[in-house]
Design a binder for this molecule. Structure first.
Ligand SMILES: Nc1nc2c(ncn2[C@@H]2O[C@H](COP(=O)(O)OP(=O)(O)OP(=O)(O)O)[C@@H](O)[C@H]2O)c(=O)[nH]1
Ligand SMILES: [Mg+2]
Length: 588
């Protein structure tokens, strides 16, 4: 509990029939107290200054209501949780109770139930009584005689063991003598209040009467049940009678110095020596205390005998169940934060898991009560192991989902292009591969995809493998066709080029031939002309020479021709030829 509670809370109400009713709001408030509790309660005769004394323990002048009239003021049991002035890890629970011996009630059963309940709830029980203790000072506690019939310590209680071990469970017993005006001495010797108490408890009446036996038995029971005992003798708070009825508004200056000193001693003893409430070997926190109170009240209301052992077991079980639940809740809250960050790497997840488990276990260790054999801790550990599996699985599922989503969104445009036949072209496979490689790169560089990231890539590559093969095959085919087509075209082109070249060559040859022909013809013409000219010139020359020669040789020639014709072996040789021969012989 974080905030200080500034007033007492009604804890247990008693109705007209003497039944107890617990205030649920107060129970909830007490359940939130995780510290161990020191429960200090007060019982005693009504109108005896109980509430006033409890306020002094709270360090307040007001708080528990004080009655200024003769009627009893405090009804039922009230509780005031206060921070412990000496031990910050403890909480002080101050319990103020309705006065015993109220004549307006069926006091017998009312008192025994109120006393039993207060006793079972306390770690320090203050018995408030007026001055003289030795004679009738313990009258309000006559019910201790019957206590063994009203409380069981064990679940399987043997009759002859009843009450024998009460001292192991019962609180420190503090007797507060109010308005103590006597001198503390025994047989004329000064004594302390504690010695005075012991002296009074050891008084035994001789006689065999019922009242004598009861007197003796009560003191014996008290000595046996309450082995840790203290006594404080408070003087009158003020000598002014009229101020006694309004002590709550009286400043310290107006109070008796001895009274104030006694109050101070009393407070110190309660703070320093007041034990934490335990039951068996279970130290109670506010939560356990509330559970045990509820159990005791239920038992008393049902008319059953409250049992310390079973009540403790229930309280321990409930406390540990709650501690476990709180631990689980803390773990869940912690992992809920992790859930939003999924998927994540397995290492990161394990880191979160480890921290959440450690925090949760730490909380459990703080809140658990006597977890024998670590039974509840083992349960909790098993829960965390199961949860670890659950989170690992969740992480994989989320990782798978995210990886699929990421990869699909990267691949979608490619798929559309595949469907649109964008890669059904020569070189399409290279383009396709380039795009797929981009997807792979982007995907591998995408952070926070979790442990499934690479696995999903394998699946993806398997998924597109047939598509990839198809595109590749088609590409090869198209390329082959293209290559052949190209080769064919190339061949055709070459052929054409060759033909063109031939044509050009032949054209050129023709032109050349023509040119040569024309050149030849020109030359021939020129030559012929020249020849002609030359011939003409020669002819002319020859003619001139012939004329000259004829003039000289004609006679000779004629003779020679005649001779040649005569002597020629071949008859018939024409005279002209003979003449030619002759001319050539003579070069004419
Ligand atoms: N004479 C005397 N009166 C006291 C003392 N302490 C308180 N009173 C007065 O006694 C009256 C009753 O005080 P409470 O503290 O209400 O007494 P109580 O025992 O709680 O009373 P119930 O709740 O009715 O049983 C008040 O008027 C107080 O001022 C004391 O030590 N001596
Ligand atoms: Mg009171």
């Amino acid at each position: 509990m974080d905030s200080e509670i500034d007033r007492p809370l009604e804890f247990i109400r008693m109705d007209e029939e003497g039944k107890f009713h617990m205030n649920q709001d107060t129970l909830r408030c007490l359940s939130e107290i995780k510290q161990s509790v020191v429960v200090v309660s007060i019982i005693g005769k009504y109108r005896s200054g109980k509430s006033y004394l409890m306020n002094t323990l709270a360090g307040k002048r007001t708080g528990f209501m004080l009655g200024h009239a003769v009627q009893s003021c405090t009804k039922g049991i009230w509780v005031w949780p206060r921070p412990h002035p000496h031990y910050p890890k403890r909480m002080l629970l101050l319990l103020d109770t309705e006065g015993l011996g109220d004549v307006e009630k069926d006091s017998e059963s009312h008192d025994i139930h109120l006393f039993t309940l207060t006793l079972l709830l306390s770690s320090v029980l203050i018995y408030n009584t007026s001055n003289v203790l030795c004679s009738n000072g313990f009258d309000q506690l006559h019910m201790v005689l019957n206590l063994a019939d009203h409380v069981n310590t064990k679940i399987h209680q043997r009759e002859d063991e009843r009450g024998m071990d009460f001292h192991q469970y019962f609180p420190t017993f503090v007797v507060c003598l109010r308005d103590f005006t006597l001198v503390l001495e025994i047989d004329g010797n000064p004594c302390t209040a504690d010695e005075y108490l012991e002296h009074c408890l050891n008084i035994r009446k001789k006689g065999k009467s019922r009242s004598c036996r009861d007197f003796n038995d009560q003191r014996e029971c008290m000595c046996q049940y309450f082995q840790d005992r203290k006594c404080f003798a408070f003087p009158m708070p003020t000598s002014q009678d009229e101020e006694l009825g309004h002590l709550d508004i009286l400043s310290d200056e107006k109070l008796d110095e001895q009274f104030l000193k006694m109050v101070e001693d009393f407070r110190r003893m309660i703070y320093v020596n007041g034990k934490v409430k335990s039951s068996g070997n279970v130290v109670l926190n506010g939560d356990c205390f509330a559970t045990m109170a509820t159990q005791y009240v239920e038992a008393i209301t049902k008319g059953a005998i409250p049992c310390i052992e079973s009540t403790t077991q229930v309280a321990v079980k409930q406390a540990n169940m709650k501690a476990k639940q709180d631990s689980v809740n803390l773990y869940k809250t912690s992992m809920a934060g992790v859930e939003q960050q999924l998927p994540m790497s397995v290492e990161d997840l394990m880191e979160h898991q480890k921290k959440s488990v450690n925090d949760a276990l730490k909380l459990f260790m703080n809140n658990c009560v006597l977890d024998r054999d670590h039974e509840h801790e083992k349960d909790l550990q098993q829960y965390f192991v199961d949860q670890e599996k659950f989170w690992v699985e969740q992480n994989y599922l989320r990782s798978k989902k995210e990886s699929e989503r990421c990869l699909q969104s990267l691949y979608d445009p490619i798929q559309q292009d595949v469907e649109a036949g964008q890669f059904h072209c020569p070189g399409g496979y290279a383009k396709y591969r380039e795009r797929i490689d981009e997807v792979i790169l982007k995907y591998n560089n995408t952070p926070k995809l979790g442990p499934w990231q690479h696995e999903e890539m394998k699946h993806f590559l398997e998924k597109i493998s047939s598509e990839s093969r198809k595109i590749s095959r088609l590409d090869t085919l198209l390329q082959e066709t293209e290559r052949k087509k190209f080769a064919l075209q190339e061949e055709e082109r070459l052929e054409e080029q060759t033909q063109n070249a031939f044509q050009t060559q032949s054209d050129q040859n023709g032109i050349m031939m023509e040119a040569m022909k024309s050149q030849f013809e020109t030359s021939n013409t020129l030559f012929e002309m020249k020849i002609k000219t030359m011939e003409q010139q020669l002819q002319a020359k020859l003619e001139r020479e012939n004329e000259e020669r004829s003039s000289i040789f004609t006679p000779i020639l004629d003779v020679a021709c005649a001779a040649f014709s005569v002597f020629s072996p071949v008859k018939g040789l024409i005279a002209g030829t003979a003449r030619g021969i002759v001319k050539s012989l003579f070069k004419i």
